[in-house]
Design a protein around this ligand. Structure first.
Ligand code: LLP
Length: 420
């Protein structure tokens, strides 16, 4: 469910015509719907109603300050993976007591910043990290609240690049070592063992791996608590898929699958949804430059590119493409490609789309999650602006980059050209 709809054959973001926005800000641009974001947060939150819980939005999915501010104001906490994300969410008004810090490679500076900010907990992923957190906390004369991230060793049935719960993955601690880790951590007096966490992957559309993970972490929580460690939080990670092409179950079904075994534990549940909150709340709008016909193919060349949205080539991801001005009639098969000098620069391959002409506007749908945040300046392309629509209101929440932005921090040095 989202608020990108046709009205009189014109695609709208809430009450704003995308064609008007394109006139105003140029193309390509990202546009997000505030009403969709609010709705998604509410639906996800309500799925856990009746259970003591905290939603920590995985802000890596979309981290514009205004988006974070909206979610923080709705009561969301945040799952962060770097000090940059910590600073972003604090700047946006997040409550530090609602922040959890994930990731396999936290630096001393990042650990110190998290302790300084007094976040809820640090999700530790290895034995050396456990000791490092303890040392940093000792230097700061603090006790660090930590949770151990466990790897439940299962196949979440998603793309290998976004699968994290298998034993081959760099993430988490093997289940077989969890008791040992906690016993060891108990001896470190600058640590406070407050939780256990897991995250098995992303864009998961089948509930079975979630249920399996829940059952496995339930067993391990019981074992840890049985050993006399009073955990407070169980962090179930994120990962619920969205309907790019397939139809994943709604948050209520996901929550039911997850909560069934763990509800009885009496711990506060932390969920780290990313994509499901923001994915369908954003689209990338791009303009067709040329339609190029070869002997074997038709290429729709647009002004957006892989530097703006890398998901199609990186994960073989499907994003629906809609004409901003609705086209009916004959479909034709085309590759929708960008101007970047790589064959991997495509939004769709061999896609049936309505007849397309130079100058048409296309909306690449479901681009809110892992879209702008993964964009780059490759080919010296300035990053696209981000627009947030709320009813009839249009907010530019990030400007289009300029040439000066592109070269910021670079230095033109004098070098000799001969004499070696
Ligand atoms: N928690 C942790 C510890 C994570 O690593 C992630 C995502 C999440 C929560 C949120 O997962 P979500 O609810 O969004 O599935 N760039 C990829 C996705 C990478 C996901 C990384 N971790 C993509 O575009 O598909």
């Amino acid at each position: 469910m989202n608020y990108f709809e046709y009205r009189n054959d014109q695609l709208f973001a809430e009450d704003v015509a995308l064609a008007d926005l394109a006139q105003r800000v140029g193309t390509p641009f990202y546009v997000y719907s505030a009403r969709t974001l609010r709705r998604h947060f509410r639906v996800f939150d309500e799925a856990f109603a009746g259970t003591d819980h905290l939603i920590c939005y995985a802000m890596k999915a979309l981290s514009n300050l205004s988006i974070l501010k909206l979610l923080a104001a709705m009561g969301s906490g945040f799952d962060i993976v770097s000090v940059g994300e910590l600073m972003r969410c604090l700047r946006a008004g997040a409550d530090p007591r609602k922040i959890v810090f994930s990731g396999v490679g936290k630096t001393d500076e990042e650990i110190a910043a998290a302790l300084e900010a007094e976040i809820l907990m640090i999700n530790v992923e290895s034995r050396p990290e456990l000791h490092r957190v303890s040392e940093v906390a000792a230097r700061m004369r603090r006790r660090a609240p930590v949770s151990l991230r466990v790897n439940p060793d299962l196949d979440p049935g998603t793309h290998p690049h976004i699968s994290t719960g298998h034993r081959d993955s760099k993430f988490g601690v093997p289940l077989s070592q969890v008791d040992e880790y906690y016993a060891e951590a108990r001896g470190l007096e600058n640590l406070e063992l407050v939780g256990l966490s897991t995250h098995i992957g992303s864009q998961i559309t089948d509930m079975a791996p979630f249920s399996e993970a829940a059952a496995k972490v339930t067993a391990i929580v019981k074992s840890v608590c049985g050993a006399g460690i009073a955990l407070k939080y169980l962090d179930i990670g994120g990962g619920l898929g969205i309907p790019y092409q397939e139809n994943p179950p709604p948050p209520a079904e996901y929550a039911a699958a997850m909560l069934k075994p763990i509800r009885g534990l009496g711990l506060k549940i932390i969920a780290e949804p990313g994509r499901v909150l923001v994915g369908n709340a954003g689209v990338l709008v791009t303009r067709v430059l040329y339609v190029k016909e070869t002997d074997v193919k038709r290429f729709v060349v647009v002004d957006g590119a892989m530097n703006d949205l890398i998901r199609p080539v990186l994960y073989e991801a499907y994003h629906a493409i809609q004409h901003v001005e609705r086209r009916v009639g004959k479909l034709e098969v085309a590759d929708v490609v960008g101007p970047v000098c790589e064959s991997g620069d495509f939004f769709a391959r061999e896609r049936e789309i309505p007849q397309t002409r130079s100058g048409d506007l296309l909306a690449i749908m479901s681009a809110g999650a892992y879209g702008f945040v993964m964009s780059s300046n490759y080919n010296s392309r300035p990053r696209a602006p981000e627009i947030l629509v709320d009813g009839t209101d249009v907010h530019v929440i990030r400007d289009r980059e300029s040439f000066e932005d592109l070269i910021r921090g670079e230095h033109l040095v004098e070098l000799r050209t001969h004499g070696d």
